[in-house]
Ligand binder design. Structure first.
Ligand code: GTP
Ligand code: MG
Length: 197
């Protein structure tokens, strides 16, 4: 797929106010700072489409981007950021949950996992939530540039092995780096395939 246009449409805390056009939609979710917004910029080859920060908690709303006038990419706030006040966390949780439960045009969710990390409860719990709500998801391993190739392979293999203790089959997964553009073609080919179905 060639990216002909990538346009920020709107930010929302209420899924009911999200764009009403019936286009296939793909959402990025994961821990704060895992690299969701950076990945969107890398995939779209745009530097500042989604706002990024070294400090966790940058993205605080549901952000819709329209791609090629054909599909939506959604950047969501990260979960698991301890320094966000409890009240704010509850609000986040509420509107993120609502987004997943209400958004009928959501085709697939990408759960982002830092390539360096072992499975963490919060990510497993989130995958469980998606599973319980019949929301298809893939895993995107991020920041692959931060590990050498043999360590990286070992880490990903071990992650998948541990996932199989929780799931009967493994979801489709991608290995990416926003610094080197690793995984860009595979991701866009995947979206092409799903949109054609
Ligand atoms: P929140 O919006 O706070 O939930 O964070 P996010 O998941 O959107 O992360 P963001 O894209 O803002 O990136 C967080 C930090 O990680 C930034 O300092 C990025 O530069 C860095 N980062 C993101 N992706 C990569 C990557 O592939 N490689 C490296 N080395 N750094 C990355
Ligand atoms: Mg972000």
């Amino acid at each position: 797929m060639k990216i002909k246009s990538a346009e920020f449409i709107m930010s929302n805390s209420n899924v009911m106010k999200a764009p009403t056009e019936r286009m296939p939609e793909y959402a990025f979710i994961g821990r704060s700072n895992v690299g969701k917004s950076s990945l969107i910029n890398m995939l779209m080859e745009r530097k500042d489409l989604a706002k990024i920060s070294g400090k966790p908690g940058k993205t605080q709303l549901i952000n819709h981007f329209k791609i090629n006038e054909e599909w939506f990419l959604v950047d969501l706030p990260g979960y698991g950021y301890a320094s966000v006040s409890k009240k704010k966390r509850v609000i986040f949780q509420y509107f993120i949950e609502n987004y997943f439960k209400e958004r009928e045009q959501l085709v697939c969710t990408f759960v982002l996992i830092d390539s360096r990390h072992d499975p963490q409860k919060i990510d497993l719990d989130f995958m469980q939530f998606l599973g319980e709500n019949q929301i298809p998801f893939c895993i995107i391993f991020t920041k692959a540039d931060k590990l050498g190739s043999s360590k990286l392979n070992k880490q990903i293999t071990s992650y998948k092995k541990k996932l199989l203790q929780h799931w009967e089959t493994l979801p489709t997964s991608f290995l990416t780096s926003s610094n080197t553009s690793l995984g860009r073609t595979e991701f866009l080919n995947f979206i092409d395939g799903v949109n054609e179905d």
